[in-house]
Design a binder for this molecule. Structure first.
Ligand SMILES: NC(=O)c1ccc[n+]([C@@H]2O[C@H](COP(=O)([O-])OP(=O)(O)OC[C@H]3O[C@@H](n4cnc5c(N)ncnc54)[C@H](OP(=O)(O)O)[C@@H]3O)[C@@H](O)[C@H]2O)c1
Length: 329
């Protein structure tokens, strides 16, 4: 396993990490969850991602039980939670000081830990001043309940505001952002955050590297029975797949698969290695509903040498979606 610094922090995070969105408490219970987490940990994965919103806290309960039963030493792994979607009542959601604080306490109990290593604002909250959220996060850090706080799907401008507010008030700024990043979704990581990386030393823990499994090629001939896009509650994903834009994505995936094949790679490995190839990515959060998928995804690391500059150029030619960079004179 390769380890990377989380932005300018001293935290070393594994290049591949593991997250339990959709899977834990929906597709798998604690038995398989333990098996998947143990295999990840044994391969050197040290970061396990979660959120209060995943299965209404059920995902954290499963992960907390798995960690307790696996008996890992607390200093050998990193665990996260995210705050935003806690419940239906107005005080149970968003980024008010009240919800940020109470959601942290609830996540600590569900995950059965004394502190969260990483704690993310799962989305921006336009109804809460950024200063209130920064102060709430800072207080949790001072209390030892959180070590590093970050954002998810914030704009470069919102991240900048959080830093400036922190700087002006002697508060702790965010360390990392959790954006979607995969061959289809590039704008934030490759364009919007460019002014932020070096100025503030931002780290990124990127999500859906396989675009919910699309980039494995398993949807090329229809929706498999036992796949995410066939799950109740995820009809929105299936609708996206069955739209014109979804069909256009499948056509690109077929072209990518041919390129991968010629390079001696699977399209899954090529898609994962492409994410890792961006040095702005601190860690790629893998998802897996079964052990065989995790094992397959981790094996991408052994194929790194096959992602040559020629293959990278071939990918660009197929995708034709490289965001325009900032203008330089
Ligand atoms: N911050 C945010 O807003 C946000 C949003 C989404 C995700 N995340 C985080 O990022 C993590 C990863 O996201 P993701 O689960 O969407 O990642 P992904 O890699 O895009 O999709 C993972 C899913 O694809 C399928 N899959 C994975 N590897 C496969 C393989 N080798 N062969 C066949 N199918 C395979 C599995 O689904 P099936 O077997 O069910 O088809 C698996 O659960 C999440 O767990 C979560 O921690 C964060």
């Amino acid at each position: 396993m390769e380890y990377r610094r989380l932005g300018k922090s001293g935290l070393q995070v594994s290049a591949f990490s593991f997250g339990s969105w959709v899977t834990f408490a929906k597709q798998v219970d604690v038995g398989p969850a333990k098996e998947i987490m143990a295999a990840a940990y044994d391969a050197g994965v040290n970061f396990f991602d979660n959120a209060e919103g995943y299965e209404q806290g059920g995902s954290e309960l499963v992960m907390g039980q798995a960690i307790a039963e696996l008996g890992w030493s607390r200093d050998s792994y990193i665990v996260s939670s995210k705050v935003f979607w806690g419940g239906a009542k107005p005080t149970q959601r968003g980024l008010s000081a009240k919800h940020v604080t109470e959601a942290c306490h609830a996540a600590l109990k569900r995950l059965r830990v004394d502190h969260l290593d990483l704690y993310f604002c799962h989305r921006p909250d336009v109804d809460t001043p950024i200063e209130e959220t920064v102060r709430a996060m800072h207080n949790l850090i001072v209390q030892g309940k959180v070590l590093y706080w970050g954002t998810s799907e914030w704009s470069g401008q919102q991240i900048t505001e959080a830093h400036l507010v922190a700087r002006a008030n002697g508060l702790t700024p965010p360390t990392m952002e959790q954006p979607q990043y995969n061959l289809f979704e590039r704008h934030k990581v490759e364009a919007d955050y460019l002014p932020v990386y070096d100025t503030f030393g931002l780290g990124t823990t990127i999500w859906s590297p396989l675009a919910s499994g699309l980039l494995t090629g398993k949807y090329n001939d229809g929706v498999p029975q036992d796949s995410r896009m066939n799950l109740p509650g995820y009809e929105w994903l299936r609708e996206m797949l069955e739209s014109d834009a979804g069909r256009a994505k499948l056509a690109k995936i077929k072209a990518l698969a041919a390129l991968a094949d010629a390079a001696g790679l699977s399209v899954t490995h090529m898609a994962l290695l492409w994410c890792l190839a961006n040095p702005r990515v601190s860690t790629v959060i893998l998802g897996a509903s079964r052990l065989s998928q995790l094992t397959d995804n981790l094996a991408a690391l052994e194929q790194k040498a096959k992602l040559t500059p020629e293959v990278m150029a071939g990918i660009e030619a197929i995708m034709a979606n490289k965001p325009a960079g900032p203008q330089r004179f």
